[in-house]
Design a protein around this ligand. Sequence first.
Ligand SMILES: Nc1ncnc2c1ncn2[C@@H]1O[C@H](COP(=O)(O)OP(=O)(O)OP(=O)(O)O)[C@@H](O)[C@H]1O
Length: 524
Amino acid sequence: MASQDPSDASSLAALGVENPTVDGHFDIESTLYISDSTSFTLSPKSLIIRATDGAKKSDKKSAKPVGQSSRRSVTLDAAAYSEPMGGTNTRAIALHNILWAETTESELLIHYAKQSPKIGVEAATLKFDLEDRGHTDTWVERLLERAYGKAQRKKRVKVLINPKSGKGAAEKIYNRYVLPMFDAARLDLDVTVTKTRGEAIEIAESLDIEAYDIIVCCSGDGTPHEVFNGLGKRKDASNALTKIAIAQIPCGSGNAMHCNLSGSIGSPSIAAVSIIKGIRTPFDLISITQGETRYLSFLSQALGIVAEFDLATEHLRWMGGTARFTYGFLVRAIQKKIYPCEVAVKVVIDNKDDIKEHYRKQASKSLTSPEFVRDEVGSESGLPALKYGTVKDAVPEDWEVESMDKMSSFYCGNMSWMATDVNYFPAALPNDGCMDMVAIGGDISRVSALGLLPAVENGKFFGLPHVSYRKVSAYRITPKNQADGYISMDGERVPFEPFQAEVHRGLGTVLTKDGCLYDAPGPQ
Ligand SMILES: Nc1ncnc2c1ncn2[C@@H]1O[C@H](COP(=O)(O)OP(=O)(O)OP(=O)(O)O)[C@@H](O)[C@H]1O
């Protein structure tokens, strides 16, 4: 059934709202009237609230804390209707930003993430008097269905806060910007502030995986690395890595995971909304074997320029991620340092046009029905068996072996963004069973070397002729003729020794916005 449009279409257009009507009429099922003066309409992407001045309520004292672990009242948005629109007040809130909705005896409450120029978004609540209850409860459920889509509501969260990450402000960041959002969305929270290095490994290793849905790391990338490895040490590792999704609130010096999954430039409150609304997505993980050890890498492996500037410029952390990245890269590019090595690779796609096509196909599937693939694992297995053995075994015959005597930078990535503004692996996908490998020879000119970084920043890096970009499923790298050097694994230093890497398709789980892709523009 449809009724005449109760709103002013030009007002909605002025708000940038998509047309909420069906054939020029409002869908009555999506519209709720709670009084003569107040109506709510669900459009495909927004909640449209239309109310006359008399409908607003601004009693701050009546704002109640929400969620069981609230230590902070949500903000009552008294100024919500301060945008007069042609005699009425009309307001649109993106469904992505609707955190929760509920009714009391006499009120309808809508908790949402309100745009904030300073911090991205902040928790706020709209309250309305319920004069006519009508089908309000049914409509509230419909609102939540639309606002959450495929995302799980009321996720049960183990929060790990690393108080030493970044500038040491993780606890403050969590309490100020994240907790109000999580409380508003009714997440079930269990918080631990880590006391020592490596504690996140132990927590993940002994976690009751039936009691939680996600682990949120308020940290840099070192803590998620520990969490993946803690889950990977369990007897039921494969099950645990499938069951528990890992997420990050950016609190460290490197927050690449967050950049890939919520696309924001370091806003903890936007990251919180991405986690609340995040859709479980199978995520490839990589087994690394080095010496006698085996562990998991989720982000990247590097040897050469990238590893050296990342690890050898720790003393320059005060510069901030991008500036330090730029500085370290430039210094080493000018020096034309080389890092001879042998690389043996199981190549999947070695042609940039085919890689673009591979990405395009996956991206178009995300709009319809994404297909997820998880490698087969035994029913109660730990980590999956290694298909290609370890670094100590013979190199498989079908791998391509190259002696790179003038290697400048070897970088292999499992996600797109390696830092804010550094989309080094634009073709990376969460669940294609491939790592993206970029090798750059040391014999390129200084001018070309200096052009690499701006190209990473302006999205032209992928297309540069001297950038070799391949999709691979396994490789081994063996440094040659160097007593010592830097190898970086997810940004952490590991021994300067040969290592082998192998992808396990969909072994892990993350939360993405669309359930399919990283929040990155793709290869150009
Ligand atoms: N209370 C603590 N004291 C000291 N180290 C800790 C503590 N809690 C966690 N850690 C360690 O801090 C390391 C780095 O953490 P994380 O990556 O989260 O932050 P970061 O600021 O980005 O650091 P880095 O740049 O060194 O990776 C992890 O290896 C973790 O084990």
